[in-house]
Design a protein around this ligand. Structure first.
Ligand SMILES: Nc1ncnc2c1ncn2[C@@H]1O[C@H](COP(=O)(O)OP(=O)(O)O)[C@@H](O)[C@H]1O
Ligand SMILES: [Mg+2]
Length: 503
């Protein structure tokens, strides 16, 4: 790939990127969220057409203007987002859209079943692909995704963050698969956030930063710290904006967590959240950060340990109990968990307090509802023609604001946000950050869970790093840097355990 340029409205996602891959080579493509990794892969995968640049395969100039053309050119692409249909079997998913027919033009299920088994054997994972995807474990689902990409016998295989949902055993299994494919001469581009593990499989590590190639590392002669340096760059000083609008120190203790164990894992979490404090929860996917957020809102299957709110021991076994104790939660998957998309803004905002607002006979006080909504639309700067606009038609940023408004009307003490600005435009992102700090200044305690370190460094009074289900570091915002956080996020399990013992 030569001089690839790809722009989105407001973002130059790729700025003249050069990239090459040899047959039988495993290249890890590394970079922080938003660096441009998936965009670069989408360009090879025929999903995006670059504004500038050229692509050569086996020395031949190619124009990959659709995923189908990319496939014909030998590109197999396992996307970052899952693509399988849960209610169909593994085999049905493999052949979706490319079903084979026999000579009577009937679906040839025997052929497809055999072929599915053959590919899975080839990649070294044996299980029955005739079960439905929803009954498969993570490794099996990932195997079907890879098998789907392998169906066309690609020469280049792209694996975009396939390790994220896998545990240690799953990752080792996947690495075996990758090494087998390498032997057969396939070139592999491997994208992962697991910095320690990529050193085990890569022939070469390429680092992207802000749409540029930041550098290339030889895994034999470099280590994780070299990699972190390249990812964050020489002048990463995002801490600057942080506390401009932050007023005063943190207040009294709001919530205390003692020996909390979520869902029977070996972890025990101790944590204090104060009034006027934003806590940033950092960690890789699967480190336990989202699990902790869900547990504090009564969404975990089971937990043990103690939780105190303003000094009083409380139980949180359901969201309604959490809300009764003044705790709110905004999930990362707001489309599916948080908003009624086919309802209007007013209904969404007030849904949680309808009971409180109904009069003696259960009649809704419409004027109160409307007043509430008007005030919040103004406070949060929600861009909408009217408050009866269906939430479905709002932009991601404005949907997120409606979600926040819905919780603010309840006057809670503690809000937990999982990925508050995922998929949100730059302006709304800044709005949401200022809003978080404003709420903090008004006395709320806030827990922000985020995959974006710059975001955490911007809003947090204190950053808590989770790793393997335990807290591996607590860093005050003045001492917090991306480098420090990344190091704690990527510690090995042994290092985490030794920290746990010394604490
Ligand atoms: N479809 C899109 N529309 C607008 N902006 C996008 C789109 N896809 C990616 N971007 C932006 O391009 C940049 C690179 O994103 P991406 O390639 O997904 O990064 P990575 O995979 O390294 O996390 C980010 O700023 C992202 O917000
Ligand atoms: Mg990506």
């Amino acid at each position: 790939m030569k001089h690839i340029v790809k722009k989105f409205p407001g973002v130059d996602a790729l700025k003249k990127v050069d990239f090459h891959l040899e047959a039988g080579e495993i290249v890890s493509l590394i970079g922080e969220n938003g660096a441009g990794k998936s965009t670069l892969m989408s360009v090879i995968g025929g999903v995006y057409k670059p504004e500038e640049g050229e692509i050569f395969i086996n020395g031949r100039h190619v124009t990959l203007d659709s995923p189908a053309v990319a496939k014909m050119n030998g590109i197999g692409y396992v996307h970052q987002e899952p693509t399988l249909v849960p209610n169909m079997t593994g085999t049905e998913n493999l052949f979706l859209g490319q079903e084979r027919t026999n000579r009577w033009q009937m679906t040839d299920s025997d052929y497809m079943k055999n072929e599915a088994k053959k590919i899975l054997t080839q990649i070294g994972i044996t299980f029955n692909p005739e079960k439905r995807v929803k009954d498969m474990n993570m490794v099996e689902k990932e195997a079907i995704e890879i098998a789907k990409a392998m169906l066309q016998s690609p020469r280049i295989l792209i694996l975009d963050e396939v390790t994220a949902p896998l545990d240690q055993i799953g990752v080792e299994h996947l690495f075996q698969v990758i090494r087998e494919l390498k032997k057969s001469g396939i070139g592999i581009i491997f994208i992962s956030h697991r910095l320690r593990e990529i050193f085990q499989v890569s022939d070469r590590i390429v680092v992207l930063r802000d749409g540029n190639i930041a550098g290339t590392l030889d895994p034999g002669t470099s280590d994780q710290n070299d990699l972190i340096q390249l990812m964050i760059g020489p002048d990463s000083c995002i801490n600057s904006v942080s506390c401009t609008s932050r007023v005063g120190d943190c207040g009294q203790e709001l919530m205390q967590i003692k020996g909390l164990n979520c869902n029977g894992t070996r972890n025990k979490v101790d944590l204090v959240v104060h009034k006027n404090e934003i806590i940033g929860l950092a960690g890789l996917k699967g480190s336990g950060r989202s699990q902790l957020g869900m547990t504090l809102f009564g969404l975990a299957n089971s937990h043990s340990g103690q939780i105190f709110m303003k000094g009083k021991p409380i139980r949180i076994n359901s969201p309604s109990q959490a809300i009764a104790h003044g705790i709110g939660y905004i999930p990362k998957d707001r489309q599916h968990q948080g908003l009624a998309l086919i309802r209007n803004i007013e209904e969404n905002i007030n849904i949680t307090i309808l009971k409180r607002l109904s009069g003696v006979l259960g009649v809704l006080k419409n004027s109160r509802l409307a007043q509430n909504t008007r005030e919040l639309i103004e406070q949060l700067q929600i861009k909408t023609p009217t408050m009866s606009q269906l939430v479905n038609f709002l932009s991601g940023g404005n949907q997120q604001k409606v979600m926040i408004a819905k919780w603010l009307v309840m006057g809670l003490d503690l809000l937990i946000f999982d990925e508050p600005t995922r998929g949100v435009d730059v302006k709304s992102k800044a709005d949401i950050h200022s809003l978080l700090i404003e709420l903090r200044n008004q006395g709320m305690g806030i827990i922000v869970i985020s995959s974006e370190l710059p975001e955490l460094l911007t809003v947090s009074d204190r950053i808590i790093v989770m790793n393997n289900g335990v807290i591996s570091a607590q860093i005050h915002h003045q001492e917090a840097t991306e480098e420090r956080c990344l190091q704690c996020m990527h510690m090995s399990l042994e290092e985490v355990i030794s920290i746990e013992e010394t604490v």
